[in-house]
Design a protein around this ligand. Sequence first.
Ligand code: KG4
Ligand code: ZN
Length: 329
Amino acid sequence: MTILGIDTSCDDTSAACIKDNKIISNIVLSQILHSKYGGVIPELAARDHIKNINNIVERAIDGIGFDNIDGIGVTYGPGLVGSLLVGLSFAKALSYVLKIPFYGVNHLEAHLFSLFADQELKIPFITLMVSGGHTELVVVREKGKYELIGTTLDDAAGEAIDKVARMLGFPYPGGPAIQELASSGNPKAIKFPRANVSGYDFSFSGLKTAVLYYLKNKCQLLDDDSKLPDIAASFQEAVCDVLVDKVLKASEEFKISRIGVVGGVAANLRLREKFNHTGVEVYFPKLEFCTDNAAMVALCAQFYFDKNENSPHTLKVNPRANFKTGITN
Ligand code: KG4
Ligand code: ZN
């Protein structure tokens, strides 16, 4: 059973093949053209997907061949409308020509499936999904059935990280730069605020603004590079503290001690370290499966393939799809 996965939800063009749930290929082309703008420019992203998708899919099926593909999984949302349209249209056309089913995959559910890319994980578990656009806390009692218990009230964790990185003069996406800078800084140097939101929701815009005011009030800091590692480390520590605390609270109250952390921010080494010191049973995907990739889309599609729940060719993109709008198309 071979599934081709395609993800063009944001600024990465990706295609992957899985055979009997094992990843055979996972090609990701990250669009570096956005870095100089400090964020993703939707129109440029869509155009770049159009330019690259043929080649990326061909590389993903190299040695496999179109004739040996049994189904296609493709992200239909959430994401940028123009970017999503490229992947979905491509997948529909391919499914039509090859006469094989296709599966519209929710990008958030795909991130959740990245946990199964290279490890066994027993259900139930709690998932913390931390990406550039989402910060969600989800109880997973069954694959395909999710209980959203918390979300961000403003900026996503990754969004705040990208914005702070920009303030410090680093290109988009800022996560890796913040992590690198923080590795030589003191996380206790500056006491940035940890938002105390009730329940399981998150808020990161206050923290982001605190960094902005810190920089404004001490504007000479930007001329003095030696202070940047302490700022990055203190900021990163605040983000990680908030994420870890909320997850531990949920773990205790829901009496579920298995935790899965997914999404681009799950690549953060300090976050991994902090979770590993909590004593809960925590699972992270390999780094290559944290940031956007099509292998996780193919894994999710395989689940719906096995249930015989393919999508109609009339399926539309849904840029705002989330855990509330329902996970399947
Ligand atoms: O999941 P993802 O690739 O795309 C979305 O679906 O949004 O996540 C991208 C986010 C960006 O905000 C990026 O800065 C962040 O993940 N990120 C990191 C790291 N690597 C990527 N944040 C912190 N530390 C990292 N090492
Ligand atoms: Zn993503």
